[in-house]
Ligand binder design. Sequence first.
Ligand SMILES: [Zn+2]
Length: 348
Amino acid sequence: MGVFDQIVGQHRAVDILQASARSPVHAYMLLGPPGSGKRDAARAFAAALLCSQGGCGTCDDCRAALAENHVDLSVHRRTGQFISVEDARAIGRIGARRPVKGLRQVVVVEDVHLAAAAAPALLKSVEEPPARTVYVLLADWLPSQLAPLASRCVIVEFTPIPEDEMIDILVSRGVDGSLARDIAKVAGGRLDRAELLVDDPSFSLRYQLWRSIPDRLDGSGATIVGLARELLDACDQAIAVLKAHQAEEMTKALERAEQMGASISAATKEIEDRHHREQRKWRNDELRFGLGVLAETYANSLRTMAHARSGRVLQVIEAIDQASRALVRNPNESLLLEALLAQLTLIS
Ligand SMILES: [Zn+2]
């Protein structure tokens, strides 16, 4: 079993990396949205570069590289908000070293899209590496300041994972087919998010909750208020999984900062801010997902409906769509849901 076998949904990128491992150039940039598997791919690529058999997956070199524990692999993860000029110089010093064990060393740098200010320093390192160093830079997107750097690298693009492929991946991991379909629908092409949802026992219940709304609306205001509260409670539950994941990340970052003697408050502040943004986005995504399920439930009822009522259902779907689009403005969620449910009660 080769080191690339575990990388899913990125056939093109894996083909390029696999071919590159045989005769690598000095710098690669893995470019694509978060959650598309760049980190795993970088580790696999490093293993392939350090393994005498091109990434067999079983030798000591492969195992150490996959665990980020190989003497000739260094992985740079920023501790501050950006990659600083100082960071970039330190990366350059590592790149200038000789390999300890094998014929080459691999220097992985994460979050290079956050290196705008350090771009010239990073460029200098990448431009003049010793022949035995391979840089692997990871970027979620490409700010214009990094164009010169990118032009020195082989760009390997990562794309969001298509829905049907995501379903196959999840099913191959033992996830039930219908759950896999539901998750793939809301994961937005991100395997990391899909994995969190698989671990989330309440996902199915939330799905059912949104689907039950049309049947439960009985024309009373009390029902509307109660339902809106239930939906928001479910939304809070959904975030619990993300929060647990974030707490883990925070613990690891603190350990790293301590090891490196970096400022702990600077490291935590940046991570807290990002976690807050992630939670906000997660909430919006969750509500948007729920509204999508709701619209789909009404749309399904269209098929079994006499012509006279189908016009109303279309109105309902339009109202749900409007509410979904309003989410980008960070509205008061209770008011938004109550207004929508009231509207649905009137129309349907
Ligand atoms: Zn190996």
